[in-house]
Design a protein around this ligand. Structure first.
Ligand code: 5RP
Length: 304
């Protein structure tokens, strides 16, 4: 019980020192409530302002993808080096240790497969379950120009509205229908639509021509997917160029978990993202780590 006789009057009120009101560091997300911003601050690194998201949600429509046959063997060793895990609730519950304290961006759409029309998705996770899983953000895909464009946009609107109710941000993924041309015009259109509908950040693909305009025209951060497996130097170069032209990070899957040495590759990617390492230097780091010439790998991850 408080000792009422010993209540002392406060004396250091810092008179003359104005209370600081720091602007929130994530682009376009300055006018959100505390819980939203706190979750975004778990996704984007406070020092670099960027993020390394490890995407391994591919199985939700394409089954046991190469490199993801055994998530326990292929992905769990990478967790210490990622800022964010992007995955399904099934993978999370069945394989990812709850002691992993990394932010989770939860894939909340599904209902199609590679055997049918990709754009025909539904919301596949209830917001209660996302809360139960302590998701830092929730995500669904929009397929602009595809057969089920409208349905996929409605999914995004629904997810944003439910997330807003509970302070959980939404990342919109710009899916690409089979017939779509992957150019700046397309991604400029898709990312801007997602942001205007209220997505807190957007995943896009990198394009060689005009990516700077895609980022500039999107009022919230863009992170890039890696796409199909490339040689390591090409993947690191793609990440470097995307960041240099305005992206706020990567949400990379195959170019990490299908690499010859995924643990080395994710550290090389993190060096590009957080330390602005040039692709050649990052490749050197990859090769050194792969050869075992950098003894304490976890030290590198901790310093980023
Ligand atoms: C699947 C996704 C993936 O998470 C995304 O494509 C990132 O993975 P990758 O780098 O392998 O392209 O959203 O629909």
């Amino acid at each position: 019980m408080a000792d009422k006789d010993d209540i002392r009057e406060g004396k250091d009120f810092g008179i003359g020192i104005p209370q600081e009101n720091r602007p929130f560091f994530v682009k376009g997300n300055g006018a959100l409530d505390w819980g939203m911003q706190n979750r975004l601050a778990r996704i984007f690194n406070l020092v670099s302002g960027r993020t390394v998201m490890l995407a391994f949600d591919h199985g939700y429509f394409q089954g046991p993808t190469t490199g993801l046959e055994r998530i326990d063997l292929g992905i769990v060793p990478l967790i210490p080096y990622a800022d964010v895990l992007m995955c399904t609730r099934g993978a999370l519950r069945s394989v990812i240790p709850p002691s992993a304290t990394k932010a989770v961006v939860l894939r909340c759409s599904g209902g199609q497969s590679i055997l049918t029309e990709l754009s025909r998705e539904a919301i596949a996770v209830d917001i209660e379950d996302a809360i139960r899983l302590n998701a830092a953000a929730i995500t669904t895909q929009i397929y602009i120009g595809a057969e089920y464009e409208h349905q996929s946009i409605r999914n995004l609107i629904q997810l944003i509205d439910t997330g807003n109710r509970y302070g959980i941000p939404t990342m919109a993924v710009t899916g690409v229908g089979a017939e779509m041309k992957r150019d700046a015009r397309y991604f400029g259109l898709a990312t801007r639509i997602a942001a205007e509908l209220g997505a807190h950040y957007v995943k896009s693909y990198f394009v060689e021509e005009g990516f700077e305009r895609v980022c500039a025209g999107c009022p919230v951060p863009i992170v890039i997917a890696g796409g199909k497996k490339l040689p390591e130097l090409d993947a690191l170069t793609m990440a470097y160029q995307a960041l240099d032209q305005g992206a706020a990070g990567v949400d990379m899957g195959r170019n990490i978990f299908q690499s010859d040495d995924p643990v080395a590759m994710i550290q090389a990617v993190a060096a590009v993202v957080h330390k602005k390492e040039k692709p050649g230097k990052a490749l050197q780091l990859y090769q050194q780590l792969k050869a075992g010439n950098v003894p304490d790998r976890s030290r590198l991850a901790r310093s980023s």
